[in-house]
Design a protein around this ligand. Structure first.
Ligand code: GLN
Length: 272
């Protein structure tokens, strides 16, 4: 764990430097305390008793996490986590890794938790502990907006279907691939998966409804199949048996921001 302590120390001193330089930072420093015990321990840049957690996430999964037009990394997951951190008094060091990499990083102990529109599944519970669900989802097929040929899974026979590694959409496609006779083409991120359909290499992709519906609303030239597959709700996850304190704080903070209206305010700010 030594490595992570030093990463945390670097992250903290970076945060402090940002604050000193007057840069805007979403994290808080502890310099507002007048507590004398605090002051005596304020040496060599290890000033804070506020814990910083390394939280892994996806790269392009709007509206949950994505870079906005100003290049800022934003999204429902980011804001929920930051609001919970503020409510519970901890800080977040973001690790923007991609979905599968984020899940693997937590499993390998390289990050404390993952929030990435990650569906709570029985299978994943073998290796992760999940928070209370915070957003409902479902898996849906999408095709190019002008495509009139693919209207059901039967139409996928002999064609290519784009999927994203390690996701529920991937697992669903795999579960019906032999039955409907299509080939899967795997990508690490959602945007590359959509592109494969847009350029016509794949005829369809499988993605989470809230994400692809948002993309289409933003101008992505895809359209949705009517049929939605039952999906699982999103949860924040830690490695099984690890970081119980963080998981508890997430659940407590989530309840608090739901109660205060902050949760709904965050969701509305992206979806309305
Ligand atoms: N909800 C999906 C899953 O958990 C996809 C998550 C994602 O691509 N970020 O598998």
């Amino acid at each position: 764990m030594k490595f992570f302590k030093s990463v945390t120390a670097i992250a903290l001193s970076f945060t402090m430097a940002m604050a000193v330089a007057g840069c805007s930072s979403t994290t808080q420093t502890t310099t507002d305390t007048t507590d004398s015990t605090q002051t005596t321990t304020e040496q060599e840049g290890t000033t804070s008793d506020v814990k910083t957690y390394n939280i892994a996430t996806d790269t392009t999964f709007a509206p949950f996490e994505f870079s906005d037009e100003n290049g800022d990394f934003v999204g429902i997951d980011i804001d929920i986590m930051e609001a919970i951190a503020q409510d519970q008094g901890f800080e977040v060091n973001w690790q923007v890794l991609g979905f599968n990499a984020a899940v693997q990083a937590v499993k390998a102990g390289q990050a404390d938790g993952v929030i990435a529109g990650m569906s709570i599944t029985e299978e994943r519970k073998a290796e992760h502990d999940f928070s209370d669900p915070y957003y409902d989802s479902a898996v849906v097929m999408a095709v190019a907006a002008e495509n009139e040929d693919i209207t059901s899974y039967e139409d996928l026979a002999g064609k290519k279907v784009a999927v994203k590694v390690g996701t529920e959409g991937y697992n669903f496609a795999e579960s019906i691939k032999d039955q409907y006779g299509f080939e899967m083409v795997a990508f690490d991120d959602s945007n590359s998966m959509y592109q494969d359909v847009l350029v016509g290499n794949s005829v369809a992709c499988f993605e989470d409804y809230p994400v692809i519906a948002y993309g289409i609303k933003q101008g992505l030239a895809l359209k949705l199949n009517d049929k939605q597959e039952a999906g699982n709700s999103y949860g924040f996850a830690v490695a099984k048996g690890e970081n119980a304190e963080l998981l508890q704080m997430f659940n407590d903070g989530l309840a608090n921001i739901k109660e205060s209206g902050k949760y709904q305010e965050i969701v509305d700010s992206y979806t309305k």
